[in-house]
Write a protein that binds this ligand. Sequence first.
Ligand SMILES: Cc1ncc(COP(=O)(O)O)c(C=O)c1O
Length: 386
Amino acid sequence: MNTAKRLQQVEEYYFSKKLREVRQLQADGKPIINLGIGSPDLAPHPKVLMALQDALGHQGVHQYQSYQGIPALREAMSGFYKSFYQVELNPQSEVLPLMGSKEGIMHISLAFLNPGDRVLLPDPGYPTYASVSRMVEAEALTYSLSAENNWFPDLDALEQEDLRGVKLMWINYPHMPSGAKAEPDQLKALLNFCKRNEILPINDNPYGLILNDEPLSLMRLAMEMQVSALELNSLSKSFNMAGWRVGMLVGSADLIQAVLKVKSNMDSGMFYGIQQAAVAALQTDKQWLSELNSTYAKRRDAVWTLAEQLQCEFSEKSSGLFVWAQLPKGAKNSEAYSDELLYEHSLFVAPGTVFGPSGEGFIRFSLCVEEARIQEAVQRVKAGGS
Ligand SMILES: Cc1ncc(COP(=O)(O)O)c(C=O)c1O
């Protein structure tokens, strides 16, 4: 059977392929330290686990749930936005629970893009924006980001380009993979740019609470300026719930309604227990989050030491779950260098090119590894081989 043409536009996700090789090396006895993937290894707050257990006794727990999520979850999401981002959202109409923010990228694309429409997306950036755009037969138009511009788009240069047919612009601040944060003034300029060009901006904001003292929501600025925008958020990273699959979309009622139209035709609600657990997570005391961040800060120090040992330069100003570092002088390219670390030291790091051509010259270290293992990696590099 021939596969659909749209599959010719996308390749298997890099990590899906590479992790098969990493697992094989592990099975062959290699002591791999996996600094490649941003999947939080720590447990959610104990109250989250209790909430799931308690929910199992609830009448109707095994039944289909509302497409829009239970009211308690939408209220908790709205409360979360108020408490962390100073954004007032109507839980009935301006919040849509999702099974992770990744699915939201597909739902939004299906809701707003026709074949041939154009979409602005970051390079380097989360690869799903491009692959989903291609799957819905839209044209992915990348904008390059660089260290010189602190990984923020050059809006003046972008405005000179032919923007006809561009409907959406994906942004992601704090930015993955670089960890760069955007200033409110930069985001305001971006909102004005989008308004002038009739483009809907969408901020993907899953790293907002990780190693970031000043969480910032595009929605807050968009509401102040009365500009249309959407924002995705997620419990995967901030609450250690990546495998639970809970995220959210926030924005004005008309835009949320359009996305709900897609989503309600694709799934049949989220398991009740997970929704109740997500409510507990979103109400987590800030103390728990600050302890989580202390753990990440220690890990980041250890990764900085590792990067220094490898003679890879990095910025200390970044936030999020990763350290984004330049290749040492003389390294051939990102993929070759990542392979060198894998085969010589049994260390897996993501080559920057996974996130687009402008990621060339960089590698990305994840902080989702115990500090002791990172120290072990440092010792391994010092010793000169595994
Ligand atoms: C920038 C970015 N957006 C979205 C996601 C997906 O997150 P979720 O688990 O909420 O689907 C990731 C996951 O790595 C990410 O890095």
